[in-house]
Design a protein around this ligand. Structure first.
Ligand code: GDP
Length: 530
């Protein structure tokens, strides 16, 4: 990593991150405690509805209907000590992995939450791999230490082996389950004790001079103390020590042990992100690298959320500000349409409600209400025609054709489908031959969600049916070569919502054939959205 110039203090104090975990590990609980300590909510329990709601489909729909909750929970900002934290929510369900992927393009770091009894679970691993693609720095929180959990060395070994990353203990647990007392802070030589009486309060930490400090014995029973000394000594000998550079490059993760529900370990974790976490990073555009300290505002849309109110077609575009100091009302260039946009009602997301943002800095996430002009991947700047890269769209894994049950509503269906495609909720392909549409998704659940939304928001009952195609590939190449392919393979050709050419087939053989027979053409499973 190269040395960068010092950032303006307002930017340097920003920490923009996401939480990745397997369902049930404690992401919601941890989020809630962050917000509680950040003063963004008054009482734990206010974001609880969300964690529980996303588990089943009907609840998912209900949740999505409740705009207030779902929008404000997509990105949350809070202050703690001298830092401003921006926490971006990743959708919990594995069917929405593309959305998750894009969310992870908008953050500078991730917290990986694991359950102390279960270790690294499938969804954690998948999300971790996505973070690794971007070399995102990862902080690990081992949760539920108030329950019977695995041996500390075993947990650390599992992470190291399973995820091929070095793990450096930032804290060391003292006892576990009913005997869990708290942690020894390995980085600051402090004792952190858990307050079981008040789940929403953080007990004061006790400053000690090291493991030989006689004060330790006043707080830790002899048997646990002996075990602690032994283990810490062994850990210092056998495990990697925390190295910030290695952490920032994504090769090492510090691990904290705690119990989110008891508010224990949360403060240390927050301090950890503040102290070691990356400042807002440099982002790549097709034209050049864009650094946060640049005076001019630049940012990109990484998520679009449509309004569930059928009477309004408003949406909120979530923008990661990459650089500069934005003020409300500022006019920005919408690079794709080459039009100026006055951003007069940007939204900042505080846990309990949405607030108009008077200003924002590089690193922040703001919401911009709009009528559909803003799409995923779009750039906003003070005039430069930048296109941010690294925000991919993936070829869908499941394809179905869709029809309005009432043929008179075909035209409206097209409009509805295009809006969902722009929102990133599905891929929509219009075949070159014939009428109708092919819809592509990553997980089967999305077809059901789409069908309900199309009916609910547009009043169009639809039917999804098996399609003759199973694979979609974007056709890339110079114009003449692409045209030649298109003309000779009309039955395989379709167009996505941007008008880009897509090759549909059910045979890998077809894909190989095209790549062999048409020079200058590649069939791609991803497309850059810019
Ligand atoms: P999510 O699915 O990752 O968002 O997990 P939740 O935050 O909803 O937590 C899943 C369950 O674990 C809930 O019943 C929580 O009350 C519980 N839980 C969360 N943190 C802890 C903890 O530190 N200790 C214990 N014993 N339970 C916890």
């Amino acid at each position: 990593m190269m040395n960068r110039p010092a950032l303006p203090p307002e930017i340097a104090r920003r920490r923009t991150f996401a939480i990745i975990s397997h369902p049930d590990a404690g992401k919601t609980t941890l989020t809630e405690k962050f917000l509680l300590f950040g003063g963004a909510i008054q009482m734990a329990g206010q974001v609880r509805a969300k964690g529980e709601a996303r588990r089943t489909r009907s609840d998912f729909m209900k949740l999505e209907q409740d705009r207030g909750i779902s929008v404000s929970a997509s990105a949350m900002s809070f202050e703690y000590r001298e830092f401003r934290y921006n926490l971006v929510d990743t959708p919990g369900h594995s069917d929405f992995s593309e959305d998750t992927y894009r969310t992870l393009t908008a953050v500078d770091a991730a917290i990986m939450v694991i359950d102390g009894a279960k270790g690294v679970e499938s969804q954690t691993r998948k999300l971790f791999e996505v973070c690794r693609l971007r070399d995102l720095p990862i902080l690990t929180f081992c949760n539920k230490m108030d329950r019977e959990s695995r041996d500390t060395f075993e947990i650390i070994d599992e992470i190291q082996e399973n995820l091929a990353i070095d793990v450096a203990p930032a804290s060391w647990p003292i006892g576990m389950g009913r005997d869990f007392l708290g942690c020894y802070d390995m980085l600051h030589d402090r004792l952190e004790l858990m307050d079981r009486a008040d789940r929403n309060k953080v007990a004061e930490s006790i400053k000690i001079s090291g493991l030989d400090d006689p004060k330790l014995a006043e707080h830790v029973p002899a048997d646990l103390l002996e075990k602690l000394k032994e283990e810490v000594e062994m850990a210092r000998e056998l495990l990697p020590t925390f190295d910030r550079q290695s952490f920032l490059e994504g090769h090492l993760t510090p691990i904290w042990f705690g119990s989110a529900i008891n508010s224990f370990g949360v403060k240390e974790l927050m301090d950890g992100i503040g102290e070691f976490g990356p400042e807002p990073e440099v982002f790549k555009s097709a034209e050049r690298d864009v650094a946060p300290e640049e005076k001019k505002v630049a940012g990109f849309v990484f998520k679009v959320q449509a309004n569930m109110d059928p009477k309004h077609r408003d949406r909120v575009a979530f923008v990661r500000l990459v650089s500069g100091h934005f003020t409300r009302g500022q006019k920005l260039l919408h690079v794709r349409s080459k039009k100026q946009m006055a951003v007069s009602n940007p939204v900042l997301f505080l846990a309990a409600d949405r607030e108009l943002a008077e200003e924002a800095w590089g690193g922040d996430i703001i919401g911009i209400p709009n009528h559909g002009q803003l799409r995923i991947g779009d750039a906003l700047t003070e005039g430069e025609a930048l296109r941010f890269t690294g925000i991919p769209s993936f070829a869908p894994e499941l394809l179905q054709s869709v029809r309005a049950t009432d043929p008179m509503k075909g035209k409206h269906l097209e409009k509805a489908l295009m809006q969902f495609a722009e929102e990133g909720a599905a891929k929509v392909f219009k075949p070159a031959i014939g009428s109708g549409f092919i819809v592509g998704v990553v997980g089967a659940l999305q077809f059901d969600v789409l069908a309900s939304r199309i009916e609910l928001e547009y009043g169009i009952p639809v039917r999804f049916e098996a399609s003759q195609f199973t694979s979609a590939r974007w056709v890339l190449g110079d114009k003449a070569a692409v045209e030649k392919l298109v003309n000779a393979n009309k039955q395989h050709i379709s167009y996505d919502h941007d008008g880009d050419v897509v090759f549909l087939t059910r045979l890998q053989w077809d894909i190989d054939r095209v790549e062999r027979d048409y020079e200058g053409v590649t069939l791609s499973a991803t497309k850059e959205m810019m």
